[in-house]
Structure formats: structure tokens, C-alpha cells
Design a protein around this ligand. Sequence first.
Ligand code: NAD
Length: 262
Amino acid sequence: MDLGLNGKRALVTAASRGLGRASALALAAEGARVAVAGRRVEAMAELLDELRAAGAPEAIAVPMDLARPETLRASVDQVATAFGGLDIFVGNTGGPASGPFLSVPRAGWETALNETLLPLVELSHAVLPKMQAGGWGRIIFITTVGVKVVQPNMVLSDSLRLAVVGLAKSLSIEFAHEGIMVNCLCPGPFATDRMEDLIRASMDRDGLSRAAAETLWLDEVPVGKFGDPRDFGAVVATLASERAGFITGTAIALDGGKSRAY
Ligand code: NAD
């Protein structure tokens, strides 16, 4: 199947590792021109080589610290200038801290808000006019399966990501008539550095063995193993494609069967 991504102009944020990186690589493999955004541009040199080797006709890295609002719009403008426009925005962020509710003071909520929800709002403001100018667009926010089924010790992520889903659904009705589709992907446990951090946090906080901590994340996953980020990237590429022109306002679980939500 031709996904129609050849030459499309994509921006992936928080792209240096994990699901963001896998998303960028999958878009590159379909021939998209890919911009990756992260805090340290020099640390993404190897990724740029990988993107080109995967098939991206053009790959650039732009500086963006999601916690610093002044870097967001400037980086989007930099990408649109380099590519002559922008068609696809994969809005990824780092994951907020884990822990039980009483361990998270107001400052923790403010940090998570500033690094998880508000950057996606600001970035949407920046990317949407560029997509409107081209009469076509795909926005994909990376959230969590916690928007379908709440998870222990993930109060920040599960609460704020529901707001991201609300944002996506609101954008979907405002921009669909302009050819701009807006969706969320909701990952369950994938084998990334973030998952490693969460397993270690469970071990430290609850005194669990590694096997017990892994079981915490896997025992409600019928597939019975951590997801492969490459499989996540493949779904991103599909949702970013021409073929996904009738999908908008959805929040799709990629969770090995964990949520089973309707
Ligand atoms: P990861 O920790 O492996 O990678 C996160 C990326 O975000 C890194 O590239 C990091 O450099 C970047 N980042 C963090 N803070 C940043 C900032 N202020 N500015 C710019 N970049 C920043 O995480 P991941 O596993 O790839 O997860 C990606 C997203 O998916 C996260 O929001 C996470 O909460 C969510 N998620 C992941 C899983 C999973 O199992 N991996 C499950 C549910 C939800």
C-alpha cells in the first residue's frame, strides 16, 4: 500500500529517544522529510544519519526544550522555512513523574502541566496555520493508555493526558473541513528508556524485585510482553498518511490488549 507520505514534511518533537525516535524513523522509511526536535541538537547527529539511511530525502534537527515556551514557535518556524511548509506534526513529550497522589505537590503539577500539556497547545498554535496554508495536515499526539484505563501511581500522566485527548478532539472538529486530521495514540507498556525508569521507580518506591516490577506493568497485558517501538512507529506513519483522511478525533490504544476500552 502506498501511504502517500513521499516528500511530506513532518515534525516530531521529543524525538531523540523512544517512541518519538521510532515515529521519526517510520516516517522516514515512507519517504517523508523529517525534522526532529529535542533539547540537544548535537546529540541527534546519529539519528539524522539513521533517518536518511531509512529513506528520508531530507532530515534536520531543531532545538526545542518543551519546558521553555519561547523555543517552541521558533523551532516550528525554522522547520517550515527549511521545508517550505509543514504537513505532519507528531506531538510527543517526555513523561511526567510517577508516584502516588499525596507525593506530588502543586509544583509537581505545574511542572507536568508546563512539560506535557501546554507545549502541545503552543505547538498546535504554531503548526496549524502552516497546515491550513497547505490545505492538508495530520496531528498525532502521543498520550498514554492511562486515558483509557487509569494506572496506579500515574496520576500526573493520566490526568494531564486526558486534557491532551480533549485538545485533540476539539481541534478535530475545528479543522477537519480543511483536511487536517487530529488524533491521539495511547501507548501501553513499550520497551523504552521511560519504561525502564518506571520499572526502577517501582523497585525503589515499593521495594520490588525487577521481575515483580515488570509484572506490575505486564500482568494486565494479554500479549504478555513489552511493545516494540518500531510497531508504534508503523502506526504513527499510517495515521499520518494520505490513507488516514477519514480518521479524526480518535484516541487509539496500542497496548497489547490492556485497556479493552470501547
Ligand atoms: P523516553 O523517556 O524514552 O523518551 C522521551 C523523550 O522526550 C526523550 O527523547 C527526551 O529527551 C524527550 N524530552 C523529555 N523532556 C523534554 C523536554 N523538556 N524538551 C524536549 N524533549 C524532552 O519516553 P518514551 O517511552 O518514548 O515515551 C514517550 C511518551 O509516551 C511519553 O510522554 C510517555 O509518558 C508516553 N508513554 C510511554 C509509554 C511507554 O511504555 N514507553 C507508555 C505510556 C505513555
